[in-house]
Design a protein around this ligand. Structure first.
Ligand SMILES: Cc1cc2nc3c(=O)[nH]c(=O)nc-3n(C[C@H](O)[C@H](O)[C@H](O)COP(=O)(O)O)c2cc1C
Length: 371
């Protein structure tokens, strides 16, 4: 399983874990893989605390940070310190009506947070980068377009690997031209923001487009046999997100985690209902309602998230009662690999199982050659 990427980052196994949960990041790094903390929902202060905790847990072993830096995003008004622009009345009414029809109670006063923003604009992400560069990170990743030149320059000055997620070969070429060191070819199977091309087709296409720049395969990878398949396609490792959501360390909402364990690979959908950009998530009454004729077109990023975050908070608060309206609406980002996620395990065990199963496939191939 040892590839050039292992040497470059000082890791035993080229198994990358994208997670918003610091415990998953530390557990995978400590198991010989490479944990990457999703920083998008953090403030500089909370990111500082998370990275300090990870430093303590991994004691010099390598890990990275991921920022969502969309090239195209809507101005919200909040960037300049001005009052955020109000949402269209049609959108507010649709969300309110949806929650009423499904009988989702109001949140208690003390839990009502003001509609939040995500750090998805370059202005908002810069302070997060400053925090990340203050820690011994070995990789910084970005999604939704080429990273700003300043990020690339600052990372390279510090010997930090710059990675980027892509969904087409054309995007991969653009990332390479922007100075990215490591391309993550993410197929449509993936959880979160995703394109339309399958991992099986995308990985060899991207490898061909950017060789000798190393490529990691992402999208739908849950088992060691799939890791072997990814390596056979020319990838130097795998980048997984969904599989960690049902680990012991994950902070996945318990109701959503139960839904994931029960879901088949047919139970996800690409929907713009949470962020305004197509993202794969569990199909639920929420995604169905946003597909209905009565639904308005989702707002551009990050306005859709700002619109729907308070509703999501309400839904998650009351989703624990099986069969309730909130239960039916509950959803979260997850990929088609959810059909292979059928039990809760420690993250270390996921890494170890991937390695064991990968070796079994390699031995099977070797035996077939001998025969
Ligand atoms: C819950 C969740 C949230 C995600 N959020 C981000 C993100 O903020 N930034 C990012 O670059 N990728 C994000 N992704 C995509 C992952 O980095 C990864 O490419 C993807 O999960 C791989 O496919 P898989 O889900 O089939 O393993 C997210 C994925 C999931 C499942």
């Amino acid at each position: 399983m040892h590839t050039g990427v292992c040497d470059r980052l000082g890791i035993e196994f080229p198994i990358f874990a994208f997670s918003h949960c610091r415990d998953v990041v530390a557990a995978v790094t400590n198991a010989g893989g490479f944990g990457v903390l999703g920083a998008v929902a953090h403030t500089p202060g909370s990111l500082e605390a998370e990275l300090a905790w990870i430093d303590e847990q991994v004691r010099g072993k390598p890990y990275g940070v991921d920022l969502l830096l969309p090239v195209n995003f809507a101005e919200t008004g909040a960037e300049t310190g001005a009052r955020a622009r109000p949402f269209p009345a049609e959108h507010l009414a649709f969300v309110e009506d949806l929650l009423t029809r499904y009988g989702v109670p109001e949140l208690p006063e003390h839990l009502r947070a003001p509609a939040g923003s995500l750090s998805v604009s370059p202005q908002a992400a810069l302070p997060l980068l400053d925090v990340a560069f203050g820690h011994p990170i070995r990789l910084v990743a970005s999604a939704l377009g080429p990273p700003p030149p300043d990020l690339v320059r600052r990372a390279k000055d510090r010997g930090i690997v710059v990675a980027a997620l892509v969904g087409t070969a054309e995007h991969a070429r653009r990332q390479q031209a922007a100075g990215v060191d490591l391309i993550v070819a993410q197929g449509t199977e993936a959880g979160g923001h995703t394109g339309t091309i399958s991992t099986m087709v995308l990985v060899p296409e991207v490898v061909r487009a950017v060789s000798p720049t190393p490529v990691l395969a992402a999208g739908g990878i849950v088992t060691g046999a799939q890791v072997a398949a990814a390596m056979a396609l020319g990838a130097q490792g795998v980048w997984c997100g969904s599989v960690w959501l049902t680990t012991e360390e994950a902070e996945t909402d318990p109701t959503v985690q139960q839904k994931m364990l029960a879901a088949t690979s047919a139970d996800t959908v690409r929907s713009r209902s949470l962020t305004g950009k197509p993202a794969r998530m569990l199909r639920s009454a929420w995604t169905d309602e946003w597909e209905s004729e009565a639904a308005p077109a989702p707002l551009p990023m990050p306005l859709q998230t700002m619109l729907t975050a308070p509703a999501q908070q309400r839904i998650n608060r009351y989703a624990g009662t099986a069969g309730s309206g909130a239960y039916q609406l509950a959803t979260y980002y997850v990929g088609q690999g959810v059909g292979l996620m059928d039990r809760v395990r420690p993250a270390r065990q996921v890494v170890e199982q991937m390695v064991t199963d990968y070796l079994a496939v390699a031995e099977r191939f070797a035996a077939q050659l001998d025969a």
